[in-house]
Ligand binder design. Sequence first.
Ligand code: EPU
Length: 424
Amino acid sequence: MIHKTPKLIIQGSENPLQGTVRASGAKNAVLPILAATILCAEPVTLHNVPKLQDVTTLTDILRSLGALVTIKGETVTIDPRTINKIRASHELVKLMRASILVLGPILARFGEAEVSLPGGCEIGSRPVDQHLKGLEALNAHIVLENGYVHARAPSGGKLIGAPVLFDLVTVTGAENIIMAAVLAKGTTIIQNCAREPEVTDLAQMLVKFGARIDGIGTETLTIIGVDKISGGEYTVMPDRIEVGTYLCATMLTHGNVLIEQCDPTHQEIILAKLRKAGGIIETGPDFIHLKKDASAILPVDLKTAPYPAFPTDMQAQFMAMNALANGTSTIVETIFENRFMHVNELARMGADIRVEGNTAIIKGVPYLSGAEVTSTDLRASASLVIAALVAKGTTTLDHIYHLDRGYANIEAKLTSLGAKIQRV
Ligand code: EPU
Protein backbone atom coordinates (compact mmCIF):
# COMPACT_ATOMS: atom_id res chain seq x y z
CA MET A 1 0.00 0.00 0.00
CA ILE A 2 1.28 3.47 -0.83
CA HIS A 3 0.90 5.95 2.03
CA LYS A 4 0.18 9.46 0.86
CA THR A 5 1.73 12.07 3.10
CA PRO A 6 1.07 15.80 2.86
CA LYS A 7 3.17 17.88 0.50
CA LEU A 8 3.53 21.54 -0.21
CA ILE A 9 3.12 22.74 -3.76
CA ILE A 10 4.77 26.09 -4.22
CA GLN A 11 4.36 28.12 -7.35
CA GLY A 12 7.42 30.26 -8.02
CA SER A 13 6.66 33.83 -8.98
CA GLU A 14 8.17 37.22 -9.61
CA ASN A 15 5.68 38.82 -7.24
CA PRO A 16 7.23 40.40 -4.18
CA LEU A 17 5.96 39.35 -0.75
CA GLN A 18 4.00 42.29 0.61
CA GLY A 19 2.04 43.03 3.74
CA THR A 20 2.10 42.43 7.46
CA VAL A 21 2.67 39.23 9.36
CA ARG A 22 2.73 38.51 13.09
CA ALA A 23 5.53 36.53 14.72
CA SER A 24 4.42 33.45 16.65
CA GLY A 25 5.77 32.39 20.03
CA ALA A 26 9.22 30.84 19.98
CA LYS A 27 9.41 27.07 19.63
CA ASN A 28 12.75 26.88 21.41
CA ALA A 29 11.47 28.98 24.32
CA VAL A 30 8.10 27.31 24.79
CA LEU A 31 9.60 23.80 24.97
CA PRO A 32 11.78 24.44 28.07
CA ILE A 33 9.02 26.60 29.57
CA LEU A 34 6.52 23.75 29.21
CA ALA A 35 9.06 21.39 30.81
CA ALA A 36 9.58 23.89 33.64
CA THR A 37 5.91 23.70 34.62
CA ILE A 38 6.83 20.31 36.18
CA LEU A 39 8.64 22.32 38.87
CA CYS A 40 5.62 24.46 39.71
CA ALA A 41 3.40 23.98 42.75
CA GLU A 42 0.40 25.69 41.14
CA PRO A 43 -1.21 25.78 37.69
CA VAL A 44 0.51 27.72 34.91
CA THR A 45 -1.14 29.55 32.04
CA LEU A 46 1.09 30.22 29.05
CA HIS A 47 0.22 32.74 26.35
CA ASN A 48 1.60 33.07 22.82
CA VAL A 49 2.15 29.32 22.53
CA PRO A 50 2.70 28.50 18.84
CA LYS A 51 0.65 25.71 17.28
CA LEU A 52 3.43 23.26 16.48
CA GLN A 53 3.93 19.54 16.42
CA ASP A 54 6.80 19.86 18.91
CA VAL A 55 4.49 21.62 21.37
CA THR A 56 2.01 18.75 21.00
CA THR A 57 4.79 16.27 21.72
CA LEU A 58 5.86 18.05 24.89
CA THR A 59 2.30 18.50 26.17
CA ASP A 60 1.74 14.77 25.46
CA ILE A 61 4.76 14.01 27.64
CA LEU A 62 3.40 16.25 30.42
CA ARG A 63 0.05 14.42 30.20
CA SER A 64 1.82 11.05 30.28
CA LEU A 65 3.43 12.14 33.56
CA GLY A 66 -0.02 12.94 34.97
CA ALA A 67 -0.36 16.70 34.32
CA LEU A 68 -3.68 18.19 33.23
CA VAL A 69 -3.19 20.18 30.04
CA THR A 70 -5.78 22.39 28.37
CA ILE A 71 -5.10 24.03 25.02
CA LYS A 72 -7.26 26.90 23.76
CA GLY A 73 -5.82 28.58 20.68
CA GLU A 74 -2.46 30.00 21.72
CA THR A 75 -3.13 29.69 25.45
CA VAL A 76 -2.08 26.54 27.26
CA THR A 77 -2.89 25.81 30.89
CA ILE A 78 -0.97 23.12 32.75
CA ASP A 79 -1.88 21.84 36.17
CA PRO A 80 1.32 20.12 37.33
CA ARG A 81 -0.06 19.20 40.78
CA THR A 82 -1.37 15.89 39.48
CA ILE A 83 1.98 14.75 38.08
CA ASN A 84 2.70 11.39 39.68
CA LYS A 85 5.03 9.63 37.26
CA ILE A 86 8.76 10.07 36.77
CA ARG A 87 9.22 8.21 33.48
CA ALA A 88 9.22 9.81 30.01
CA SER A 89 8.84 6.92 27.58
CA HIS A 90 10.82 6.25 24.44
CA GLU A 91 7.58 6.25 22.47
CA LEU A 92 7.24 10.01 23.06
CA VAL A 93 10.88 11.06 23.50
CA LYS A 94 11.84 9.54 20.13
CA LEU A 95 9.54 12.06 18.42
CA MET A 96 11.62 15.01 19.56
CA ARG A 97 15.13 15.35 21.00
CA ALA A 98 14.15 18.35 23.11
CA SER A 99 12.10 15.93 25.27
CA ILE A 100 15.31 15.51 27.28
CA LEU A 101 14.27 18.87 28.82
CA VAL A 102 11.96 17.05 31.23
CA LEU A 103 14.90 15.25 32.88
CA GLY A 104 16.10 18.15 35.07
CA PRO A 105 12.65 19.20 36.32
CA ILE A 106 11.36 15.66 37.05
CA LEU A 107 14.55 14.91 38.99
CA ALA A 108 14.39 18.22 40.89
CA ARG A 109 10.75 17.75 41.89
CA PHE A 110 10.65 14.02 42.65
CA GLY A 111 14.28 13.17 43.47
CA GLU A 112 14.17 10.59 40.70
CA ALA A 113 13.67 10.50 36.93
CA GLU A 114 13.73 8.02 34.06
CA VAL A 115 13.90 9.57 30.63
CA SER A 116 14.53 7.80 27.36
CA LEU A 117 17.91 8.78 25.93
CA PRO A 118 17.44 10.67 22.63
CA GLY A 119 19.37 9.17 19.73
CA GLY A 120 21.30 11.08 17.06
CA CYS A 121 19.36 13.07 14.51
CA GLU A 122 19.58 14.33 10.95
CA ILE A 123 21.82 17.29 11.75
CA GLY A 124 24.37 15.62 13.99
CA SER A 125 25.07 13.09 16.72
CA ARG A 126 23.92 15.54 19.40
CA PRO A 127 25.08 13.84 22.60
CA VAL A 128 23.64 14.86 26.00
CA ASP A 129 26.80 14.29 28.04
CA GLN A 130 26.83 17.91 29.24
CA HIS A 131 23.27 17.60 30.59
CA LEU A 132 24.27 14.48 32.53
CA LYS A 133 27.58 15.92 33.72
CA GLY A 134 25.78 19.02 35.01
CA LEU A 135 23.23 16.93 36.91
CA GLU A 136 26.04 14.83 38.36
CA ALA A 137 27.70 18.03 39.55
CA LEU A 138 24.44 18.69 41.45
CA ASN A 139 25.04 15.32 43.13
CA ALA A 140 22.65 13.25 41.03
CA HIS A 141 23.52 9.59 40.59
CA ILE A 142 23.08 8.69 36.93
CA VAL A 143 22.92 5.29 35.27
CA LEU A 144 22.26 4.61 31.58
CA GLU A 145 20.36 1.37 31.16
CA ASN A 146 18.11 -0.10 28.47
CA GLY A 147 18.15 3.14 26.53
CA TYR A 148 17.01 5.22 29.51
CA VAL A 149 18.70 7.76 31.73
CA HIS A 150 17.98 6.81 35.35
CA ALA A 151 18.77 9.73 37.62
CA ARG A 152 18.45 9.90 41.38
CA ALA A 153 19.05 12.75 43.81
CA PRO A 154 20.98 12.07 47.05
CA SER A 155 19.03 10.65 50.00
CA GLY A 156 16.45 13.17 51.08
CA GLY A 157 15.45 13.53 47.44
CA LYS A 158 16.99 16.95 46.83
CA LEU A 159 19.76 17.87 44.45
CA ILE A 160 22.58 19.85 46.00
CA GLY A 161 23.68 23.17 44.47
CA ALA A 162 27.26 23.22 43.16
CA PRO A 163 29.48 24.88 40.54
CA VAL A 164 28.72 23.68 37.00
CA LEU A 165 31.18 24.47 34.23
CA PHE A 166 30.01 23.52 30.74
CA ASP A 167 32.73 22.26 28.36
CA LEU A 168 30.83 23.83 25.48
CA VAL A 169 27.85 26.09 25.03
CA THR A 170 24.69 24.03 25.02
CA VAL A 171 21.22 25.55 24.94
CA THR A 172 19.03 22.72 26.24
CA GLY A 173 21.90 21.53 28.46
CA ALA A 174 21.92 24.90 30.22
CA GLU A 175 18.13 24.86 30.45
CA ASN A 176 18.11 21.42 32.06
CA ILE A 177 20.63 22.47 34.71
CA ILE A 178 18.88 25.78 35.40
CA MET A 179 15.60 23.93 36.00
CA ALA A 180 17.29 21.33 38.20
CA ALA A 181 19.11 23.97 40.26
CA VAL A 182 16.01 26.04 40.99
CA LEU A 183 14.73 23.53 43.59
CA ALA A 184 18.17 22.26 44.72
CA LYS A 185 19.52 22.78 48.23
CA GLY A 186 22.03 25.64 48.21
CA THR A 187 23.63 27.67 45.44
CA THR A 188 24.54 26.63 41.89
CA ILE A 189 26.89 28.72 39.80
CA ILE A 190 26.73 27.87 36.11
CA GLN A 191 29.68 28.99 34.00
CA ASN A 192 29.93 29.04 30.21
CA CYS A 193 26.14 29.13 30.16
CA ALA A 194 24.34 29.59 26.83
CA ARG A 195 23.06 33.17 26.43
CA GLU A 196 20.41 32.48 23.80
CA PRO A 197 17.29 34.63 24.36
CA GLU A 198 15.30 31.41 24.83
CA VAL A 199 17.45 30.54 27.88
CA THR A 200 16.73 34.03 29.21
CA ASP A 201 12.99 33.60 28.62
CA LEU A 202 12.99 30.37 30.64
CA ALA A 203 14.95 32.03 33.46
CA GLN A 204 12.56 34.98 33.51
CA MET A 205 9.55 32.67 33.75
CA LEU A 206 11.16 30.82 36.65
CA VAL A 207 11.98 34.09 38.45
CA LYS A 208 8.43 35.33 37.92
CA PHE A 209 7.18 32.20 39.72
CA GLY A 210 9.61 32.55 42.65
CA ALA A 211 13.01 31.16 41.58
CA ARG A 212 16.16 33.07 42.54
CA ILE A 213 18.46 33.50 39.54
CA ASP A 214 21.12 36.19 39.08
CA GLY A 215 23.12 36.96 35.96
CA ILE A 216 20.28 36.23 33.51
CA GLY A 217 21.44 36.84 29.94
CA THR A 218 25.14 36.43 30.83
CA GLU A 219 27.43 33.41 30.71
CA THR A 220 27.48 33.06 34.50
CA LEU A 221 24.24 32.33 36.32
CA THR A 222 23.90 32.09 40.07
CA ILE A 223 20.89 30.12 41.23
CA ILE A 224 19.91 29.98 44.89
CA GLY A 225 17.68 26.98 45.43
CA VAL A 226 14.21 27.57 46.87
CA ASP A 227 11.76 25.07 48.43
CA LYS A 228 9.10 25.63 45.83
CA ILE A 229 8.06 27.84 42.96
CA SER A 230 4.44 28.82 42.43
CA GLY A 231 2.72 29.13 39.06
CA GLY A 232 0.80 31.87 37.29
CA GLU A 233 0.76 33.41 33.83
CA TYR A 234 3.60 33.86 31.39
CA THR A 235 3.83 35.04 27.77
CA VAL A 236 6.34 33.23 25.58
CA MET A 237 8.84 35.38 23.64
CA PRO A 238 8.50 35.76 19.85
CA ASP A 239 10.27 33.29 17.56
CA ARG A 240 13.41 35.01 16.27
CA ILE A 241 14.11 32.17 13.82
CA GLU A 242 10.62 32.29 12.35
CA VAL A 243 11.06 36.07 12.00
CA GLY A 244 14.46 35.61 10.35
CA THR A 245 12.96 33.09 7.94
CA TYR A 246 10.24 35.53 6.81
CA LEU A 247 12.85 38.26 6.45
CA CYS A 248 14.93 36.04 4.12
CA ALA A 249 11.79 35.23 2.13
CA THR A 250 11.11 38.96 1.79
CA MET A 251 14.68 39.56 0.59
CA LEU A 252 14.48 36.81 -2.02
CA THR A 253 11.22 38.11 -3.46
CA HIS A 254 12.38 41.76 -3.35
CA GLY A 255 9.39 42.35 -1.13
CA ASN A 256 8.14 44.82 1.45
CA VAL A 257 7.01 43.20 4.69
CA LEU A 258 6.26 44.38 8.20
CA ILE A 259 6.73 41.80 10.94
CA GLU A 260 4.78 42.59 14.07
CA GLN A 261 5.04 41.36 17.63
CA CYS A 262 8.70 40.49 17.35
CA ASP A 263 11.76 41.65 19.30
CA PRO A 264 14.41 43.22 17.03
CA THR A 265 16.97 43.17 19.87
CA HIS A 266 17.13 39.37 19.46
CA GLN A 267 17.90 39.68 15.74
CA GLU A 268 20.88 42.00 15.65
CA ILE A 269 23.31 39.86 13.70
CA ILE A 270 20.58 38.65 11.36
CA LEU A 271 19.53 42.24 10.61
CA ALA A 272 23.16 43.28 10.11
CA LYS A 273 23.66 40.48 7.56
CA LEU A 274 20.40 41.31 5.79
CA ARG A 275 21.49 44.95 5.52
CA LYS A 276 24.78 43.73 4.00
CA ALA A 277 22.76 41.76 1.48
CA GLY A 278 20.97 44.97 0.49
CA GLY A 279 17.89 44.98 2.70
CA ILE A 280 16.50 48.30 3.89
CA ILE A 281 15.42 47.78 7.46
CA GLU A 282 13.58 49.83 9.99
CA THR A 283 12.87 48.60 13.50
CA GLY A 284 10.72 49.69 16.42
CA PRO A 285 10.22 48.23 19.88
CA ASP A 286 8.19 45.31 18.55
CA PHE A 287 8.37 45.39 14.77
CA ILE A 288 10.76 44.97 11.85
CA HIS A 289 10.03 46.45 8.45
CA LEU A 290 12.13 45.10 5.59
CA LYS A 291 12.18 46.36 2.02
CA LYS A 292 14.33 44.96 -0.73
CA ASP A 293 14.50 46.94 -3.95
CA ALA A 294 14.93 45.50 -7.44
CA SER A 295 18.75 45.51 -7.27
CA ALA A 296 20.54 42.19 -6.92
CA ILE A 297 20.97 40.53 -3.52
CA LEU A 298 24.58 40.87 -2.38
CA PRO A 299 26.41 37.77 -1.13
CA VAL A 300 27.05 37.59 2.64
CA ASP A 301 29.65 35.45 4.40
CA LEU A 302 28.73 34.02 7.74
CA LYS A 303 29.83 31.64 10.42
CA THR A 304 27.44 30.06 12.91
CA ALA A 305 28.26 30.19 16.63
CA PRO A 306 26.40 30.51 19.93
CA TYR A 307 24.38 33.68 20.62
CA PRO A 308 24.95 36.57 20.10
CA ALA A 309 26.81 35.31 17.00
CA PHE A 310 25.00 34.04 13.91
CA PRO A 311 22.47 31.26 14.76
CA THR A 312 22.86 27.84 13.17
CA ASP A 313 19.06 27.80 12.87
CA MET A 314 19.25 30.60 10.25
CA GLN A 315 22.10 29.15 8.19
CA ALA A 316 20.00 27.23 5.66
CA GLN A 317 17.69 30.18 4.94
CA PHE A 318 20.67 32.47 4.29
CA MET A 319 22.08 29.82 2.00
CA ALA A 320 18.92 29.99 -0.12
CA MET A 321 19.40 33.75 -0.30
CA ASN A 322 23.09 33.51 -1.16
CA ALA A 323 22.24 30.97 -3.86
CA LEU A 324 20.67 33.83 -5.83
CA ALA A 325 23.13 36.55 -4.84
CA ASN A 326 25.29 38.53 -7.17
CA GLY A 327 28.62 36.83 -6.32
CA THR A 328 30.22 34.16 -4.18
CA SER A 329 29.85 33.67 -0.43
CA THR A 330 30.94 31.22 2.23
CA ILE A 331 28.94 29.80 5.12
CA VAL A 332 30.80 28.06 7.93
CA GLU A 333 28.76 25.81 10.23
CA THR A 334 30.47 25.34 13.59
CA ILE A 335 27.62 24.00 15.75
CA PHE A 336 26.40 20.82 14.05
CA GLU A 337 28.52 18.43 11.99
CA ASN A 338 25.89 17.50 9.43
CA ARG A 339 23.78 20.58 8.87
CA PHE A 340 24.25 20.98 5.12
CA MET A 341 21.59 18.58 3.93
CA HIS A 342 19.71 21.36 2.18
CA VAL A 343 22.72 21.80 -0.13
CA ASN A 344 21.86 18.85 -2.35
CA GLU A 345 18.21 19.80 -2.50
CA LEU A 346 19.04 23.44 -3.36
CA ALA A 347 21.43 22.08 -6.01
CA ARG A 348 18.51 20.16 -7.51
CA MET A 349 16.83 23.54 -7.94
CA GLY A 350 19.89 24.85 -9.77
CA ALA A 351 22.01 26.31 -6.95
CA ASP A 352 25.80 26.18 -7.31
CA ILE A 353 27.12 25.15 -3.89
CA ARG A 354 30.27 23.22 -2.99
CA VAL A 355 30.87 21.85 0.50
CA GLU A 356 34.38 21.50 1.91
CA GLY A 357 34.32 20.20 5.47
CA ASN A 358 32.19 22.58 7.50
CA THR A 359 32.26 25.29 4.84
CA ALA A 360 29.83 25.80 1.99
CA ILE A 361 30.94 27.93 -0.93
CA ILE A 362 27.97 29.38 -2.71
CA LYS A 363 28.22 30.88 -6.18
CA GLY A 364 25.16 32.95 -6.90
CA VAL A 365 23.19 31.90 -9.98
CA PRO A 366 20.74 34.06 -11.97
CA TYR A 367 17.73 31.85 -11.22
CA LEU A 368 16.55 28.66 -9.54
CA SER A 369 14.01 26.31 -11.06
CA GLY A 370 11.18 24.46 -9.38
CA ALA A 371 11.76 20.78 -8.61
CA GLU A 372 10.54 17.92 -6.45
CA VAL A 373 12.53 18.31 -3.26
CA THR A 374 12.58 16.63 0.12
CA SER A 375 12.62 18.15 3.58
CA THR A 376 15.46 16.70 5.59
CA ASP A 377 15.15 18.74 8.77
CA LEU A 378 13.25 21.73 10.02
CA ARG A 379 15.43 24.62 8.86
CA ALA A 380 16.47 22.84 5.66
CA SER A 381 12.76 22.66 4.82
CA ALA A 382 12.38 26.37 5.46
CA SER A 383 15.23 27.14 3.07
CA LEU A 384 13.57 25.06 0.33
CA VAL A 385 10.23 26.82 0.84
CA ILE A 386 11.73 30.27 0.49
CA ALA A 387 13.86 29.23 -2.49
CA ALA A 388 10.72 27.82 -4.13
CA LEU A 389 8.91 31.17 -3.82
CA VAL A 390 11.19 32.64 -6.48
CA ALA A 391 12.13 29.54 -8.47
CA LYS A 392 10.90 29.33 -12.05
CA GLY A 393 7.99 26.89 -12.13
CA THR A 394 6.54 24.66 -9.44
CA THR A 395 8.28 23.07 -6.47
CA THR A 396 6.85 20.09 -4.60
CA LEU A 397 8.18 19.67 -1.10
CA ASP A 398 7.57 16.41 0.70
CA HIS A 399 8.29 15.15 4.24
CA ILE A 400 6.83 18.42 5.44
CA TYR A 401 6.27 17.07 8.94
CA HIS A 402 9.69 18.59 9.60
CA LEU A 403 8.28 22.01 8.76
CA ASP A 404 5.21 21.49 10.94
CA ARG A 405 7.46 20.87 13.94
CA GLY A 406 8.63 24.46 13.94
CA TYR A 407 6.62 26.88 11.77
CA ALA A 408 3.12 27.85 12.88
CA ASN A 409 0.67 28.37 9.98
CA ILE A 410 3.45 28.75 7.45
CA GLU A 411 1.20 28.42 4.39
CA ALA A 412 -1.39 30.84 5.78
CA LYS A 413 1.27 33.38 6.70
CA LEU A 414 3.06 33.21 3.34
CA THR A 415 -0.23 33.19 1.42
CA SER A 416 -1.33 36.35 3.25
CA LEU A 417 1.83 38.00 1.91
CA GLY A 418 1.02 36.96 -1.64
CA ALA A 419 2.82 33.62 -2.02
CA LYS A 420 1.22 30.80 -3.97
CA ILE A 421 1.54 27.83 -1.70
CA GLN A 422 -0.79 24.96 -1.10
CA ARG A 423 -0.85 21.83 1.07
CA VAL A 424 -2.06 18.70 -0.67
N1 EPU B 1 26.54 19.07 22.61
C1 EPU B 1 27.35 18.12 23.18
N2 EPU B 1 26.98 17.60 24.38
C2 EPU B 1 25.84 17.98 25.03
C3 EPU B 1 25.02 18.95 24.44
C4 EPU B 1 25.39 19.49 23.22
O1 EPU B 1 28.39 17.74 22.64
O2 EPU B 1 25.56 17.44 26.11
C5 EPU B 1 26.92 19.68 21.30
C6 EPU B 1 25.92 19.39 20.21
O3 EPU B 1 26.13 18.14 19.61
C7 EPU B 1 26.15 20.56 19.28
C8 EPU B 1 26.48 21.71 20.23
O4 EPU B 1 26.88 21.09 21.44
O5 EPU B 1 27.26 20.30 18.48
C9 EPU B 1 25.35 22.66 20.54
O6 EPU B 1 24.18 21.95 20.82
P1 EPU B 1 23.04 22.47 21.81
O7 EPU B 1 23.01 21.57 22.99
O8 EPU B 1 23.20 23.92 22.06
O9 EPU B 1 21.75 22.21 20.95
P2 EPU B 1 20.35 21.81 21.52
O10 EPU B 1 20.18 22.42 22.85
O11 EPU B 1 20.15 20.36 21.38
C10 EPU B 1 19.06 23.90 20.66
C11 EPU B 1 17.90 24.16 19.75
C12 EPU B 1 18.31 23.85 18.31
C13 EPU B 1 19.47 24.76 17.96
C14 EPU B 1 20.62 24.55 18.95
C15 EPU B 1 21.79 25.48 18.72
C16 EPU B 1 16.04 23.72 21.20
C17 EPU B 1 14.88 22.87 21.53
N3 EPU B 1 16.79 23.33 20.16
O12 EPU B 1 19.38 22.52 20.50
O13 EPU B 1 17.20 24.16 17.49
O14 EPU B 1 19.93 24.49 16.66
O15 EPU B 1 20.14 24.74 20.29
O16 EPU B 1 21.40 26.80 18.84
O17 EPU B 1 16.27 24.74 21.83
C18 EPU B 1 15.88 24.08 15.55
O18 EPU B 1 15.06 24.82 16.12
O19 EPU B 1 15.80 23.84 14.32
C19 EPU B 1 16.96 23.49 16.32
C20 EPU B 1 17.66 22.43 15.90
